[in-house]
Design a protein around this ligand. Structure first.
Ligand code: HEC
Length: 464
């Protein structure tokens, strides 16, 4: 090296600059699917980036087209250029896009006219931006997301604009998803990367990133949705359309488009996928009809009219995994109907007993005195809620013998289980909380405050 320098000096030449690390390329697809949704995200107490930056600021985002939930391809390209101009590739700390909305105490700029959106650099949104600036692409980023899964009880708030995530290990709220007004149902992708919510205010299926908890897409549905379910391989999401004449919308989760709408009899309240993944089952309240759709062909396999509107349904599995029976709650019936799956018939029904000494509620039942059902993961206990007696009832399977009941708070609704089946989580819609019950002892463990009128819930295994 020294010899070369001397030689260069003798010859009057400039030494070549030492090779520096090339700055990483900024990936467009990563920007489009992971970064750009952050500009649309509604954070609690904050205005959205798009509200101020689609206009005349230096960071100039495109105006959304009228009625659009996100930007089209051309607008996205322009936004990409605007965002690229605000970052230094390979250097998140030197990038204005990351520094400006970051809290000053965490290394952010002194002032941002739009406020401090991220308290620290560990904020998942900031991490996504940082990964992008460091050259992440979708494949590398998904791979680097660890395979560690965490269980989350996902509680939607039917009169709110948010969703609470509870850690069943600690029974504490560990996350809130914002900006989904009147969320109805929830389901999660088998790979643990996404949550899907039906949005009753926008008539969309909202896709939420399981790590950042940001809404990354909203897919338009054929009408106002109610509940939602996902196929076993995660390729299809099924949405019940709660408007006449009645349909189940089928969402392709790769292209994130509404692939097809299956016409069924009557507006749909709930939709399920049987535990073996072979059938999609929808229930209509006005049509009093159970419709069983073949998941492979996406056509109707059979229908079963019952005496009243179809409310929640849950499934019992035979030892080979196939569906043996369906348990069905009905409008204005304080009990459960039992449907044999093979013979396609209602075989029995039974009422849930009155609880002496318990205040009897008759107000605000919305024609559903009983509106929550579930079978423990080991298939041994059937749980059902009652709004009339504020109860959670337990029945052994397969014999349906009563095991007892417990008060779980006002207007209990849906229920879901911790993955080990040891705890059941009941949404107490009238108390704005979730009641946690030990499934073996039927004792209340705790009550967890959530949002306004919690109803539907589910259990997800999210990748961290
Ligand atoms: C309430 C309106 C408002 C919101 C919301 C807002 N900003 Fe800003 N932002 C401003 C204003 C005003 C400026 C210019 C003054 C300044 O530098 O603070 C600015 C400046 C910036 C700048 C520096 C470049 C420029 O345009 O001047 C960046 C980068 C930026 N904002 C990013 C964001 C991001 C990312 C978000 C969302 C996380 C966001 N802002 C949310 C109002 C807003």
């Amino acid at each position: 090296m020294l010899v070369e320098l001397l030689l260069a000096a003798l010859l009057g030449q400039q030494p070549a600059a030492p090779p520096s690390a090339p700055s990483p390329a900024l990936d467009y697809e990563f920007y489009k699917t992971r970064v750009q949704p952050l500009f649309l995200e509604k954070r609690v107490d904050h205005a959205r980036c798009v509200t101020c930056h689609a206009g005349s600021t230096t960071l100039r985002l495109q105006q959304l087209s009228p009625g659009a939930e996100t930007w089209n391809e051309e607008q996205t390209r322009q936004n990409f250029d605007a965002a690229v101009a605000m970052v230094v590739p390979g250097s998140p700390g030197a990038s204005k896009l990351l520094r400006h909305p970051l809290a000053r105490a965490a290394g952010g700029d002194v002032f941002h006219g739009g406020g401090q959106h991220w308290v620290s650099k560990t904020d998942p949104d900031w991490q996504v931006l940082s990964a992008w600036v460091n050259g992440a692409n979708l494949a590398s980023y998904t791979k680097s997301a660890s395979d560690t899964r965490v269980a989350r009880i996902v509680q939607t708030n039917a009169a709110g604009d948010n969703i609470h995530l509870i850690d069943p290990a600690t029974n504490k709220v560990v996350g809130v998803i914002n900006d989904i007004e009147v969320p109805h149902g929830v389901t999660s992708s088998p790979d643990g990367l996404r949550l899907y919510f039906t949005n009753e205010s926008r008539h969309t299926l909202d896709v939420v990133d399981g790590q950042t908890l940001a809404v990354t897409a909203r897919i338009h549905l054929s009408g106002r949705p109610n509940n939602v379910a996902i196929g076993k391989d995660g390729r299809r999401v099924y949405v019940g359309i709660a408007q006449a004449p009645g349909a189940v919308d089928v969402i392709d989760t790769v292209s994130l488009t509404n692939a097809k709408s299956i016409a069924v009899k009557g507006a749909i309240h709930n939709v399920y996928v049987t535990p073996d993944g072979k059938y999609v089952v929808s229930g209509s309240i006005p049509g009093r009809m159970l419709t069983v759709i073949d998941a492979a062909t996406e056509t109707i396999a059979w229908e079963l009219p019952l005496s009243a509107g179809i409310r929640p349904v849950t499934f019992e599995q035979a030892p080979d995994g196939s569906t043996s029976r369906m348990f069905v709650q009905l409008s204005d019936y304080h009990g459960i109907a039992v449907v044999d799956f093979a013979t396609r018939n209602e075989v029995s029904r039974f009422e849930m007993v009155a609880i002496p000494g318990e205040e009897k509620h008759t107000q605000g039942l919305q024609a559903a005195p009983a509106h929550g059902l579930g079978v423990t993961p080991d298939g041994k206990i059937l749980f059902a809620t009652s709004k009339v007696y504020s109860q959670l009832y337990a029945y052994s399977l397969p014999d349906l013998k009563p095991l007892g009941s417990v008060n779980v708070g006002q207007h209990p609704e849906w229920l879901t289980f911790s993955p080990d089946g040891k705890q059941v989580y009941v949404a107490a819609a009238g108390d704005n909380s979730v009641t946690v019950v030990n499934t073996a002892t039927l004792k209340v463990i705790t009550r967890i405050p959530v949002g306004q009128v919690p109803k539907r819930n589910g259990t997800a295994m999210l990748r961290q």
